[in-house]
Design a protein around this ligand. Sequence first.
Ligand code: BTN
Length: 273
Amino acid sequence: MTEFNDKIANKDFVLNENKIKEYINSMNVDFVKELIFLDETTSTFDETNALTCKNGGVVCTRKQTGGRGRLGRKWISENGGIYFSILLSAKDGCDNLQKITSVCALGVLEALKKYTPCKIKWPNDIISDNGKKLCGILTKLKTENDMISYLDVGIGINANMTEFPSELKYASSLRIILKEYIDENRLFTEVLDKIGKYVQGNIDDSMKLYAKECINVGRAVRALNPNGEEKYKGICTKINDDGSLKIKTYSGKEIDVCSGEFSVRGIYGEDYV
Ligand code: BTN
């Protein structure tokens, strides 16, 4: 921790409702229609039913005791991170889910690039240029009357954590990278602003940009199922328009893998998680 002693945490930089609202107003982030702020919760996914606005409603917290990650994993959610869910209307069900999640990743990427160079690791991790994970996104479909009606996009950003459990050897935070305490309220508002820009923009154009920002293209990948079993191994040749990843396997087959079923390994060598 000594490395961080010179930068004393500024209490105005810690997530708080008033500051977030101030920034939302001053930056005119009109895409946010409602904000629920909680000091702590199990998971923002457990709180979104309380939002009356199902398109542009946001729940945000400083700490989650039961944070959820992709493919059934836990998402460690200690103080210093920014944890939030955004509700968005879903037009075409699953296809829309993958695309919306991808354009949200693009929004987070654009905001984080102001702080440090970063890229997208398929499907929607934001990683720093030294290969460390700074953000993860998990989207859930919310149904009403058995119809898919909206998406709950859950986003976790590693802003000011100074350490991570040893098993998370590929996680880092902006604070660790920049050696500087980050204003979480400003960062959160900038992220919301950029997400708004992409979800309200032309989604097909954004998917082209998303494909360009994915670090996996042209690199070796291994696609693993949720049990961690390797299913395909080859080169990622492209990101398809729907956000799925195309692999040319070493036996010459072309396979498309979807984010709900697979995670990939392979960037920065086979060791990368
Ligand atoms: C991943 O595994 O990379 C996705 C992590 C998603 C974490 C966010 S934090 C806010 C929302 N609530 C949760 O419980 N998880 C998501």
